[in-house]
Design a binder for this molecule. Sequence first.
Ligand code: NDP
Length: 281
Amino acid sequence: MAQLIDGKQISKEIKDELKEKVAALKAQGIEGAMAVIQVGEDPASSVYVNNKKKACEYIGIRSESYELAESTSEQELLDLIERLNNDPKINGILCQLPVPAHMDENKIIRAIAPEKDVDGFHTQNVGALVVGQKGFVSCTPAGVIQLLKRSGIEIAGKHCVVVGRSNIVGKPMSLLMLKEHATVTICHSRTSDLQAVCKQADILIVAVGKPKMITADYVKEGAVVIDVGIHRQENGKLCGDVDFEQVEPIARAITPVPGGVGPMTIAMLMNNCVQAMTGEA
Ligand code: NDP
């Protein structure tokens, strides 16, 4: 039976460590505040935004909410971001994506000052990751690294196959594994014989966005399998990009969905918020 990598437990550990860190900073007179922006009322976005606010409250960081109407113009949003960039009391700016279709998402991301970009999406932060400099790292891939490290899984020298090359998961994930000295292969929709490539992986990280696509045929006996995917099935239950029932018996370690990578994203976001307070990033 595979070791179950418990993201719920590990994310709680991280949030509790951050809570202590924030209390220690407060004792030194250092307080933090995050601006949380939501444009429109997409229900899924509202859930994410609420979770972020709750997580801030849990670790002791103040959050300021900016709920803007769907009809807000791009310029109005840019003006708000500019104001928050210049507000010394605000350490981090979280603009919930996606923004409405009449706005240019890349322009919005670029407008956030890199030192307040706690999501790690700004090209300056992405570039810093590429060249191995300090900066904010995209939260989901950063969470995967913590899951592996805190579960005692060695990364250096291992062959890691990442399935997916998106800007928020696949690409930064690959760079982080490279930084941890893995040998990294990146796969995508044009990869030929995906199954054979995946089967070479000591550590297989899947962020493909296709429910249960990775079956036992893609996995080497004894591999570590990290499932970033999250989907709501017709029966109402959640599943990942990996067929857990098939893969679990042959893997050495695996993340469940839910309770694997999912909870780590918000924990790492909080980590970035604390880094924004201390100027560590
Ligand atoms: P994207 O849709 O942006 O990217 C999917 C990637 O998978 C693309 O690079 C695409 O290739 C590749 N791909 C698609 N189909 C295939 C295929 N048949 N074979 C090989 N590669 C394929 O998704 P994201 O990276 O944003 O998210 C991936 C998953 O992770 C989703 O299920 C999402 O819900 C989940 N997610 C979970 C988070 C969490 O907190 N747990 C956070 C973010 C995402 P190409 O580039 O060629 O099109």
